[in-house]
Design a protein around this ligand. Structure first.
Ligand code: NAG
Ligand code: NAG
Ligand code: NAG
Length: 467
């Protein structure tokens, strides 16, 4: 047809034929959902068994299906699986290949099943495994942190609030503050795995299964703790993805915060820590520089994971009941968060286990004014109400400041002008060790309280190993 006699569509463009190749590409998920090939095949093997159990297929047919599926699995694992045009997702690709291997019987596999309940099952299986691997990395990170805290228990440094020197603390106490955050992250992840470990399969496209498949059997075969009790819910629920993305975001926030602390501590101004060469790089221009790239990357990646969560939440809200194609947007952020967390946890453990600390620099950053609270507490021990002692100690700080000297150089006579209860034993206040070891209540920075934290975390880690 010449252009003159071709019908002219105002909206013409590509939208003329039955198929738009761009739409095919836009629609396809195989390039990312192929990661779930194993979950997809394992789900289909269990499904074949359930079909035979309900006499929808014979036992012989079941065995042929299972063996065929195993062959497809071997091809994936041996890097021999060839994705063909038309394989728009992992389910279609696996079933297409199964058909090539075992013939038309492959067509019976999908009886009563929909890709809607299939994909929801695949994702739960995949995330269950992946989250367990991530949990192991997280526990390794905690173990590294605790070991370091135990070894370096005698290092003292300023504790900061508002990034201003506040009170002396143990370096171990600082490290353990992150170990406890990660401990909470580990608990949350364990609970999340427990919650997501329920079966959607056997829900059909949305309305339920027409051949009364044994869903309890399916759950048992696939290691789920139970079944999802509503088929509409089963095919549309992605709360487990949202929860995982939130979990990942929060864990990355914790990693980002320790990264920020260590970036500050590794600066020349602080000089408390030095990163191993493996986790830092030089500048291409300035020969003297050693940049904490690993920590900056970790801090940066927290934004990426949070972005994945917020993006998915926006796709997830406002979709009507049951399966809608919007849900295809659930996989990439889930995969990306899993990869980022897996890498970040291992890099953080690497940084923490190899960096060097400089206890003299840490100690050198302590100053007598950080004992002002201890000075107030000294008077409390002499029976003066704390509100009053706070003012008196403040007046002592001002007196030292006005004279341009350090708080601990004020004489007993100087102090007596502020309150008569000051006596010679005030000299005992000017010890960072005493200040630190005064904080004996559980959770404090005294040596016994820190050792107790270490013991608790070690016991928790050991218990996890037995499981
Ligand atoms: C889009 O993909 C689905 C499978 O997820 C398939 O059923 C459908 O035919 C595809 N549509 C187009 C226009 O390619
Ligand atoms: C399904 O119902 C059972 C029995 O009440 C319950 O124990 C189980 O938690 C429910 N499953 C889910 C995923 O909510
Ligand atoms: C706290 O420090 C004071 C000295 O400032 C000392 O007298 C007291 O015994 C200490 N208390 C504890 C529990 O270490």
């Amino acid at each position: 047809m010449s252009s003159s006699d071709a019908p002219k569509k105002l909206w013409g463009g590509r939208f003329t034929g039955a198929v738009d190749p761009l739409m095919d590409a836009f629609n396809a998920s195989i390039h990312f959902d192929k990661r779930m090939y194993a979950a997809d095949l394992v789900g289909s093997m269990a499904y074949s068994k359930a079909l035979a159990k309900n006499n929808i297929i014979t036992e012989e047919e079941r065995d042929t299906l299972v063996n065929g599926l195993q062959q497809v699995m071997d091809e994936w694992q041996g890097n021999k699986f060839v994705i063909k045009p038309g394989d728009e997702d992992i389910h279609t690709a696996n079933e297409r290949r199964l058909g090539e291997i075992i013939g038309p019987l492959a067509g019976k596999l999908h009886t009563g099943r929909s890709r809607n309940d299939q994909v929801a099952t695949d994702m739960r299986l995949w995330l269950r495994d992946e989250a367990s691997a991530i949990l192991a990395h997280l526990k390794e990170l905690i173990a590294v942190t605790v070991a370091r805290a135990e070894k370096e228990i005698d290092a003292l440094l300023p504790g900061y609030t508002h990034l201003q020197r506040a009170q002396p603390i143990r370096w171990s106490h600082f490290l353990l503050s992150y170990a406890w955050l990660w401990h909470a992250d580990a608990e949350r992840l364990e609970q999340l795995i427990e919650r997501l470990n329920v079966l959607p399969l056997g829900s059909g496209a949305l309305a339920g299964h027409a051949f009364n498949i044994d869903r309890e059997f399916l759950a048992k075969e696939l290691g789920f703790r139970g079944i999802i009790n509503n088929s509409l819910y089963a095919v549309s629920d992605r709360d487990f993805v949202a929860e995982f993305l939130f979990w990942a975001s929060l864990t990355m926030v914790h990693i980002s915060r320790i990264a920020e602390d260590l970036i500050i501590y590794s600066s020349s101004e602080f000089g408390f820590v030095k990163l191993a060469d493996a986790y830092s790089t030089g500048s291409s221009l300035m020969p003297q520089k050693k940049n904490p790239d690993s920590l900056e990357l970790l801090r940066g990646k927290s934004g990426r994971v949070f972005g994945g969560m917020s993006g998915f939440m926006m796709s997830y809200k406002g979709i009507p009941s049951t399966y809608n194609k919007d849900l295809q947007e659930d996989k990439e952020p889930m995969f990306d968060a899993a990869d980022t967390l897996s890498g970040s946890l291992q890099i953080t453990a690497g940084v923490l286990s190899t960096m060097q600390i400089f206890p003299e620099r840490m100690r050198g950053a302590l100053s007598a004014d950080m004992l002002a609270t201890d000075l107030a507490e000294y008077l409390v021990r002499k029976g003066v109400p704390f509100r009053e002692t706070h003012h008196i100690s403040g007046a002592a700080v001002k007196m030292a400041e006005d004279r341009g000297t350090s708080l601990d150089t004020l004489t007993v006579e100087d102090l007596k002008t502020l309150h008569p209860s000051f006596a010679d034993d005030v000299a005992n206040v000017w010890s960072y060790e005493t200040s630190i070891d005064n904080r004996t209540a559980p959770g404090g920075t005294s040596k016994p309280a820190v050792l107790d934290q270490i013991k608790k975390l070690q016991a928790w880690l050991a218990q996890g190993k037995k499981l």
